[in-house]
Structures are given as C-alpha cells and as structure tokens.
Design a protein around this ligand. Structure first.
Ligand code: BJW
Length: 257
C-alpha cells in the first residue's frame, strides 16, 4: 500500500527526484542508524536512543575500553546479539532493489549492523566498521576467544591481547581506503540519498555536501529534519521503511514506461 510520504506535499520534489533517478548513471545511498530503527536496532541520539542510556565517553572510545574492557566488551556482545536477531526491513530491501534499476549504486553506511548485506546490496562501504568482526589490539588477528560468563576480559587466543569490536570509535581514524572510496563515489554521484542520519558525526557528515558541491541532487529521507537538511536539495519526511519502497516502486513503474 502506498502511504504517500514520497508523493505528498512537495510534489515538484517527488517528480524531480524520480526524473533524476531515471537518468542517473551513479547513485549513492548514505545511511545512518535511522534506516535500521524499523528493524528494532536503537538509534544513538533520538529519544530512547543509545546515548540517552549510555555515555559515549564511557563506552565508544579506546580510553574507555582500556580502562574497563569487560564493560565495553559486554556492551558490544549485548548489541551484537540484538543485531543477530533482527532482520533487514523494507527500507534495506528497497535499496537493494534500486541497485537493479540504476547503472551503479553504492551504499555508504555509518551502521555497523550488517543489515544492508543481508538485504542483498552488493556494493557497501561500512564507514564505521562492522560489529560482527573483532580483532586483537596487539597482533590484529581476528582472534575472538568466545564470550565466557566469567568476569574476565575476552583475550586473543594467539597472543593474549585484548579483543575489541572492529568498529570506529570517537577519536579514531576511519579506514582511509573506505572513506576514500566513499568520497569518490559521492563526487561521482548524480543522485545522493541521505537516509536516517542526524548528520552530526564527521567525517561522514561531510559526504552529502561533498556530493552536492560536485553536482549531485541530494535528498534527505528522515522522520525529522537533520542538521544537514537546510543545505540539501529536498527532504522527504517519513520513515525510511515506508518512503524508500515508494520511491523504488515509482522508479520501477517509470522504467517500464
Ligand atoms: C529515522 C528513523 C526512521 C530515526 N526512518 N529516519 C569535525 C567537526 C567536529 C567534530 C569532528 C570533526 N571531525 C572529527 C570530529 C570528531 C568526531 C565527531 O564527529 N564528533 C561529533 C559528535 C562532534 N569524529 C570522530 O571522532 C571520527 N574520527 C575522526 O574524525 O578521525 C580523525 C580524527 C582523529 C582524532 C582527532 C580528530 C580527528 C570517528 C567517528 C566514529 C563514530 N562512531 C560511532 C560508534 C560506532 C560503533 C558503535 O556502533 O558502537 O558511529 S558514534 C555513532 O554516531 C555511530 C554512528 O554511525 C554515528 C552517526 O549516528 P547516526 O547514524 O547519524 O545516528 P543518530 O542516532 O545520530 O541519528 C539517527 C537519525 O535517524 C535521526 O536523524 C532520526 O531522526 C532518524 N530516524 N528513525 C528515517 N524510521
């Protein structure tokens, strides 16, 4: 059923986006925690989000990890278990379907949950890593020893070093190859969709504006305007799991003539 988020209100915006998508050679879909909210993964900064209950200073940086590895490993083990239980939602699926309708589509995600791959997207750049991977801070091996119930930190089975999630914490560099490819895809994009992100965390938050300066048509899809909204070409206000299937249905109908 079509709930009309895409076509309601800014009708010129809807037909402009449709026209741009029909003629696009290269599309980037840039996602944040909001795309996975309808799967049941909590966002960070919304009411009830992760940072309301946990302080980033205490959990999402290397100092916190070294000071209390059991606490941080336990928090990530808990979130990993949640993310293993949830499923991609219609928003993730619509992005994977859009990949079949345009010549090139790159998903640039800030999320660590792996849901885009599970939905079937093939070209995915994970800017902030992936919670399902771990590595040893000393020998860099993927050396998870398993999570036991004792109150001991999880250590590398090869060298005994502390095992951490393969995610990017505050103050850490993003993988230069991944952010480099995201920057390149953003510069090449004809259409750039910024979906479910507050646009507050850098350098990821630069990408929509990099794309726009390079000529892309940049549209936000969010339940509420983000920090970036006023600078973008258009904003569609609604849940990603409903807006994206509407957009993709419209592109599919248009491509059939
Ligand atoms: C929906 C919805 C629905 C809800 N449908 N929408 C320049 C200026 C200022 C600061 C900096 C700067 N450059 C670097 C910094 C420092 C820092 C930073 O950006 N700080 C800001 C917070 C001020 N950045 C860094 O430290 C980065 N590293 C770096 O820059 O290295 C170079 C350097 C090193 C040393 C010194 C200086 C520079 C690394 C950032 C790493 C971010 N890591 C996290 C945790 C990942 C691991 C984990 O999951 O535990 O990544 S933090 C967290 O925020 C996570 C997210 O990927 C990221 C972005 O959040 P996101 O996705 O936008 O989520 P929310 O919750 O904020 O928003 C959800 C949105 O969805 C909302 O808008 C809702 O409305 C919407 N929504 N339901 C549609 N159904």
């Amino acid at each position: 059923m079509n709930s009309g988020y895409f076509t309601a209100g800014r009708r010129t915006g809807a037909s402009e986006l449709l026209d741009r998508l029909e003629h696009a050679q290269s599309v980037v879909v840039f996602t944040g925690a909001g795309i996975s909210a309808e799967s049941g993964v909590p966002t960070f900064r919304d009411p009830g989000g992760i940072w309301e209950r946990f302080k980033p200073d205490e959990l999402a940086n290397v100092r916190a990890f070294l000071a209390n590895p059991v606490l941080v490993q336990g928090w990530y083990a808990h979130r990993r278990q949640l993310m293993e239980r949830v499923k991609p939602n219609p928003g993730h699926v619509a992005i994977a379907e859009l990949e079949q309708l345009v010549p090139k589509l790159t998903v640039v995600t800030q999320n660590v949950d792996g849901l885009h791959a599970r939905a079937g997207s093939s070209d995915i750049l994970e800017l902030h890593g992936n919670i399902h991977r771990t590595y040893c801070i000393d020998c860099r091996e993927d050396a998870r020893a398993g999570h036991d119930e004792s109150n001991e930190a999880v250590r590398c089975r090869y060298c005994g070093g502390l095992v951490r999630p393969d995610v990017v914490w505050f103050g850490e560099m993003l993988d230069p190859d991944v952010i480099g490819r995201a920057d390149e895809a953003s510069r090449e994009a004809d259409v750039f969709l910024s979906v479910g992100t507050s646009g507050l965390v850098y350098p990821a938050a630069d990408l929509p504006l990099v794309a726009q300066r390079s000529g892309a048509y940049v549209v936000e899809i969010n339940i509420a305007p983000s920090a970036l909204a006023e600078y973008l070409d258009d904003c569609i206000t609604g849940p990603a799991g409903e807006v994206l299937p509407e957009v993709v249905d419209a592109v599919r109908r248009a491509s059939r003539g």
